[in-house]
Design a protein around this ligand. Sequence first.
Ligand code: GLC
Length: 731
Amino acid sequence: MDQQLDESKVDLKEASTKRRMWKPHERLQNIFKGNSTWEQARIGDVDVVRLSVLPQGAKLIPDSFGVIAEPDWKEIKKASLPFGFEWQQSLSGKFDFYFELKKGLRCLALGERFSGLNVRGEKHTLISTDNPHHDESMDSMYKPIPFLVVGSQNKFFGIFIDSAAPSRFDLDTELTEEGRIELFTRRGFRVYVFGEATLPQLVATFTTLTGRAKLPPLWAIGHQQCRWSYPDEETVRELASEFRKRKIPCDTLVLDIDYMDEYRVFTTNKKAFPHFEKMIADLKKDNFKVVTIVDPGVKVDETYKHFADGKKQNYFCKTGEGEIFHGKVWPGDSAFPDFLNSETRKWWADSHRFYTDAGIAGIWNDMNEPAFFGTTKVLPPNFSEMPEEHTEFCFHEAQDGVIPHLEVRNLYGFLMTRSTHEGLLDARPKERPFILTRSGSTGIQRYAAVWLGDNKSWYEHLGKSIPMLLNVGLSGIPFAGVDIGGFWDDALPELVIRWYEVGIFYPFFRNHCSLSGRGQEAYAYAPNVEAIARKLIETRYRLLPYIRGLFWEHMRSGAPLMRPLMWHFPTDAVACDIDDQFMFGSDILVAPIVERAHEYRTVYFPEGNWYHFETNEKYEGGRPYVVNMPLGTIPAFVREGAVLPLADVMQHTGEYTTKKITFKIYGDKASGVFFEDDGISWDYEKGGYNEYELVYTDGKFTANKVHGGFPSTQQCAYQVAGTTKSTPVTL
Ligand code: GLC
């Protein structure tokens, strides 16, 4: 469905004159007939107004699956909304929202965008799309989340369109201080308007409404290694042994599509992996977890159990004629489970016993936009309204009957992932599941970690990963990362090192590349390069106690782990404009080099004093410095006043409890948090965890127990940064 320019259809006269000129936007007449209601509620620290719209003829507002909170809504006549917000139905298949966007206001969030942090001045089409060409001209990606944050300093507002239908946000592209959202639907929907609030308050409220990520298993935040593909058992075993032999820490090996029998999900390739279960068991002994990819496309093959079952039970999406809809993906012609149907979800969830019985630790859901080969643009460029329902190519079974694909496309990856989550939970109720997904929509953080798809081994993509992940975090998703080293193309050693320098601060930490590129594992390079990569990965493991604390913080406040500087320094105009640096929690400022052949960069330090993570050199805040960062530098600066819990180096998280944790003190008066639990079970939800407030003042260190419920044997000490003396601490 790639849209080509058909010259014969272009009116050259029009193209060269009329269409190039700016014209004020003409609003069509409002044709809305139906029911609409306004309600309001206080959620957390924020006033929220909700508009529910049910067009005439529509039966009910389709379940968005995104919202989980049920605050006490009070119906109101009409809300007075920020930005002169107005709405109307302009066409049978299109609603418009208009609002003012005064100069200077920043626009943030919107899920996954190939953009800087401020997404203003661009058009954003929100429809889940597999487009591997990540560049300025792409207009939709894998994770559409129609939550827009607008504001500056301590005054932010949010608009959330709670619909799985496609939408397009025009955020003042014409510099006329106007914003416009088009929602392409013939069904009902809801809109939430939040504000005014600080940025942290707004994200807290949004994630109260749409849910937060629970604590991941500890192993899942360690180093993960993937490649499309490690083709056979021998290669996978060798990979594991290289990591251990070379003492490069690693927890997880990820198997891409070639572990399967001709890409049939819920099978293995017996030739390449003759002892699949034994291999997993052996790797487990060596403290490796194995994660396998599972795509939604089920090979159309009557002799394949999963296809035959799904067909018999009526679990696949249909064409308008009631036939099973086929699309081409890795297995060739494939059928697509209808995840809108709760029975299909249950069937899919249960099918995961195949993996859990084999000892697989987690599942990677991919191609779940859903992707069909050759489709990099789902909507035609002139798409102006949702087509009439009967003209669509694929249909689902929703709660009020049949629903065409485009109306709910944005939910496909979300519901597949939810089903996977339920399957793992069912199979191992006592363990926190790990799932990684490429597509997802509002609330996906409740079920999975995400990565941002098929980037390239380009410095540009390394740089862009920062603002992109910041917006993903502001959209509610804390557990996120990108392919370290880049997916397509060859990653040369310098790039891989620079990427690990940033990647150790991605909440999700995985090296992955495509089949066409050279080996990209930390040891695939010359010994001096490997040594630097080892040091960086070791640093990730040293940071684990701090990172666990950040996930804990997310659960309670919704705060992402990677935060734009404006999160903590909202009144610092310079800090607010920066998106090539970020805060990792409240205590670490990360300012990496993301260009080839550079050794110096300007780092802006917000107010306070800051200390280089490695050299402990001091920088005074409120001004920029030019900092020398040769290859392999940890590009992090610690806030004066912080106590960082840091672990001794380990090879995998199985060693975590045997390693000493040092509370590193920055400044004469400092405080921090230390969180611990068993790292795998749900006991923390019932109080089975410890939380300490770490305080250093007048040369005295204390760890005050805020909560005690976990029998810890962890050895701890404290150390003032810049000194070598380490003093044991009994907790
Ligand atoms: C998709 C995924 C990529 C994976 C490949 C093969 O392109 O985004 O990560 O390696 O499919 O499964």
